[in-house]
Design a protein around this ligand. Structure first.
Ligand code: PHE
Length: 347
């Protein structure tokens, strides 16, 4: 048995092997030493008890010595470096589904010759409201649930800062700074004082469009949006236009597309109606062109928009709504959770 212990002790190169060895020999219930003690020591005839006891103790000391020895260091040699093992791969990120939706939508218009426009998220009342034909105290302002910067009562209303409630102020900034013709697609983040729920978030995204040139008509608007929806959702989607209202467009319309998911009347995405409302649009209101030109004159530029022959259209859509439908996301909060389990689905 002593030989056996010594042989086994030589092979104890890992803490796990050592623990197994300890259990095998010294385990309280069924260790071999316990078995030996029960089988031999307790039933030994009195005259042999002493010598058996001594050998028993020697064996135990041998086992303990083996356990006390350092775990022999694992052998390191060239042969233990296995070059065929796969490497440790670093997880790479994926494009966020909202970024992707915005980029794809922007690309559809970029391919039509639209430039990409951007503007600040902290806006003045002038760009977010006044120039867009929301006069002070106009009830349409109430539809926007505006988050305003505090302690500005001493300033004139038009100079007060707020979080932009839509991307439309970028229309104004672009027209003030550039002469027509103008074709712009404006992706961006907007803010509203909305309660969060499964479909609302106080911060969300829009893609806005603006086209101004000589003789732009409502037909151009219809043709452009019909083309863009087909390019984005697939060539079989249809569009239809309903009268609507925005202070900065006249006439205004809401646009529905035929459900790209069920084709007609069958799925939850279109609430079984076969149609999905996707965007707001209209012809740029002359009052907007007038406000733009007034600001251009203040800035020392020529008026260029409120002139005969110039007209334009604009449109705006919510990115989250489109992405939720397209990717079957039921809770808008998932987009902002940063949860890798959610994001890794969009590889
Ligand atoms: N700005 C509008 C909104 O946020 C959308 C819109 C943009 C409508 C351009 C018409 C033209 O609801």
């Amino acid at each position: 048995l002593t030989e056996e212990v010594r042989a086994a002790a030589g092979a104890l190169t890992t803490p796990e092997a050592k623990e197994q060895f300890r259990l095998d020999w010294l385990g309280r219930k069924s260790g071999r030493l316990k078995t030996l003690s029960d089988a031999w020591l307790k039933s030994a005839p009195p005259d042999q008890k002493k010598s058996i006891g001594m050998r028993f103790n020697q064996l135990k000391a041998e086992i303990e010595a083996a356990l006390d020895a350092e775990v022999a260091p694992a052998r390191t040699s060239a042969s233990s470096l296995d070059l065929s093992l796969p490497g440790i791969r670093r997880a790479i990120g994926v494009e966020h589904p909202l970024t992707r939706t915005m980029r794809e939508m922007t690309a559809v218009f970029a391919a039509l010759g639209y430039s990409v426009g951007i503007g600040p998220e902290v806006e003045t009342d002038f760009y977010n409201f006044e120039a867009l034909n929301f006069p002070p105290n106009h009830p349409a302002r109430d539809t926007q649930d505006t988050l305003v910067v505090a302690d500005q009562e001493s300033k004139p209303l038009r100079e007060r800062y707020l979080m932009r409630t839509h991307t439309s102020p970028v229309q104004i900034r672009s027209m003030v700074a550039n002469n027509p013709p103008l074709r712009l697609v404006i992706p961006g983040k907007v803010h509203r004082n909305d309660e969060s729920d499964a479909t609302h978030s106080p911060i969300f995204h829009q893609v806005e469009g603006l086209c101004v040139d000589r003789g732009i008509t409502f037909s151009d608007l219809k043709g452009t949006l019909d083309y863009a929806m087909k390019a984005f959702f697939g060539s079989s989607v249809k569009t239809r236009f309903f009268p609507s209202f925005f202070p900065f467009t006249e006439p205004s319309a809401d646009v529905q597309i035929s459900c790209p998911f069920c084709g007609q009347k069958g799925c939850r995405k279109c609430k079984f109606s076969g149609w999905i409302e996707l965007l707001g649009c209209g012809m740029v209101d002359p009052a907007v062109f007038a406000a733009v030109d007034a600001r251009r004159v203040e800035n020392g530029l020529e008026p260029a928009y409120d002139v005969p022959g110039i007209s334009g259209f604009a449109f705006g859509m919510g990115v989250e709504r489109i992405a939720m439908m397209k990717y079957g996301v039921g809770d808008i909060g998932q987009f902002y959770s940063g949860d890798v389990r959610f994001l890794s689905q969009f590889v």
